[in-house]
Design a protein around this ligand. Structure first.
Ligand code: KG4
Ligand code: ZN
Length: 348
């Protein structure tokens, strides 16, 4: 079954074709970064407008790259939640129209579950070589880290997750973005800080970890304290002007940001006795997070390839296939949801 996936939840306009839930036939990602960069953040109205302008051409390119015509597509899947409402609506309406006009099934899926599904996808690159990483088997511990969410969960199936911990304030990616914005490091902040940190001293500043490691909050994270410390209170960490570089700030912040994630994640791994960890979301591209988890010989850590960490439609098509294979579809009057209610300890 060939599923067309559409993803427009934030600032990537993406369309993909995935066969039988795993094999990527095409995955076109048109980034809007240059249009949001002047504001150092995503401007929702610009995002919706760009999706409206681009979605047809991006979909056409995805079909062309897969060597297929619209008539060859068996079903359409789209991100229906969570995300920027105006952006979600563009993809949702486009996918509905595609499915309705072709008389094929349509499914709206959850963006975070799609991120968790990404490591199951098989990339068949131009040389014909497939990514040969081990695909995760359930159950596993999920680490979902994006610009809007930070979720540590037990995953028993593609849609059967039990949330163990979340952020109690900012998401991990949001913290990277806010620090980068404050210092004018560039946009988007995560990738920029990751790059700068390679040339910095991560021990230059020692920021405190939040006191969240006990009781109900054992698997939760918090980033607002770190962000405030890095943004407003750097002098408290004995900065002498000119003594430290921006790279030192980036490296010290990144080290603490990853420390915060790992402390909650390792608590969850210890208590759940799950030894396989599957990461997803934009922050899963972080080189420090990837290398520090790779060092753990007691855990099997599976990360999506870098190109599937951020927002992409292949993960949406792959996840959509799983619902369709179970005989499920969405009604054509389904609407977008900016937030997923009650995700604190039970998501979705
Ligand atoms: O999943 P994603 O592409 O979009 C959302 O669903 O939010 O995640 C975007 C987030 C942004 O906050 C971005 O700064 C962060 O992922 N990010 C990174 C890296 N690459 C992207 N954070 C840390 N290190 C990176 N290398
Ligand atoms: Zn995302």
């Amino acid at each position: 079954m060939k599923v067309l996936g559409i993803e427009t939840s934030c600032d990537e306009c993406s369309a993909a074709v995935v066969e039988d839930g795993e094999k990527i036939l095409s995955n076109v990602i048109a980034t809007q970064i240059p249009f949001h960069a002047p504001w150092n953040g995503v401007v929702p109205e610009i995002a919706s407008r760009k999706h409206t302008e681009w979605i047809y051409a991006v979909t056409k390119e995805a079909l062309d790259k897969a060597g297929l015509a619209a008539a060859d597509i068996d079903a359409a899947a789209v991100t229906g939640r969570p995300g920027l409402l105006g952006s979600l609506l563009v993809g949702l309406c486009f996918a509905k129209a595609f499915a309705w006009s072709r008389g094929i099934p349509f499914i709206a899926v959850d963006h975070m579950l799609a991120h968790l599904y990404a490591p199951r996808l098989i990339i068949n690159n131009d040389t014909g070589a497939e990514n040969n990483q081990a695909r995760p088997e359930y159950p596993f511990l999920g680490l979902l880290v994006s610009g809007g969410h930070t979720i540590i969960c037990r995953a028993d199936s593609f849609d059967g997750i039990t949330v163990m911990g979340t952020t109690i304030d900012d998401a991990a990616g949001e913290a990277f973005d806010k620090v980068a914005k404050h210092y004018n490091f560039g946009y988007p902040g995560g990738a920029v800080i990751d790059k700068m940190a390679r040339n910095g001293d991560s021990g230059a500043f020692r920021f405190p970890l939040p006191s969240l490691h006990k009781g109900d909050h054992r698997y939760d994270v918090s980033y607002s304290g770190l962000k405030t410390a890095v943004v407003n209170q750097l002098e408290m960490f004995k900065v002498k002007k000119g003594e430290h570089t921006n790279e030192d700030i980036a490296a010290s912040f990144q080290k603490t940001a990853v420390d915060i994630l790992l402390r909650a994640l390792l608590n969850a791994a210890e208590d759940s006795e799950l030894t396989t960890i599957v990461a997803g979301g934009g922050v899963a591209a972080n080189s420090s997070l990837r290398s520090r988890l790779a060092e753990r010989s007691d855990l099997r850590c599976i990360f999506p390839p870098l190109e599937l960490c951020g927002d992409n439609a292949a993960m949406v098509a792959g996840l959509g296939y799983q619902y369709l294979a179970r005989g499920e579809q969405s009604p054509l009057n389904v609407t977008a949801q900016a937030r997923v209610s009650g995700f604190k300890k039970k998501y979705p």
